[in-house]
Design a protein around this ligand. Sequence first.
Ligand code: SAM
Length: 268
Amino acid sequence: MRIDVISLFPEFVAQCAAFGVVGRAGERGLLSLHGWNPRDYAEGNYRRVDDRPCGGGPGMVMLIDPLRASLQAAHAADPAPARVVYLSPQGVPLTQAKVRELAGRERLILLCGRYEGIDERLIQAEVDEEISIGDYVLSGGELAAAVVVDAVARLREGVLGDAESAVQDSFEDGLLDCPHYSRPIEHELGSVPEVLLSGNHAHIAAWRRMQSLGRTWQRRPDLLNEAALSKADRKLLAAFRAGLEAADEPADAPREPQVLATQGKKPL
Ligand code: SAM
């Protein structure tokens, strides 16, 4: 997969992608990351990439032409068609489903803004979609681009040692992941749950599913409203809740349990 990043600080994104599985994906040729700096395409002695906003007001706006020339250079660098994504707090929220969709493409161009953002005319003319990484404002799109690169790259075939591990991650089936344990079995901070030591794969799978359902119910009840739960899932969740009540653990009670019953869906 090829990802081009258009940014005043392209090295920032390259550095973020230089570590761990994503870094190794780059070394193995599974991900090819290219940076384009609009300043290299700006004219004049000062290589100006921004100017004051029309109509007045604070801040600066990124100019059309240096960005447009960078985009043209990025498009021309490879014949494969690229989807142009502008990282913006006004974009659609990034979800795992969106990440999977992007990971299915062979080429992406990620456009990073700075200052007050980019001249709207460039967005209208050149951008295919806008993506936000959350309801907060960053000083630039580079961190958001690095998030997209990381999340997308790890879903590409061959990047993770065990592709199954990505399938079991949070959000993949609409639920949060179950808790994980490793050695030592006994530790001053606690013991590993016995079922995980039983060797009984069916029991382990059922326990993990129950934990996944329970955690989602406790932490993200909004996700449960969207998840397609089977009859067996509902039983597992009831068992999880009964276990909590028996252990008398009110501290972990769901924050908004009423959400489950308020959206016209069968209460759990
Ligand atoms: N004036 C803009 C607004 O309020 O919508 C914010 C501009 S922000 C200071 C500068 C750049 O950071 C944006 O052009 C965008 O590329 C990036 N950015 C900021 N917050 C972001 C977010 N939540 N998700 C993705 N990109 C973001």
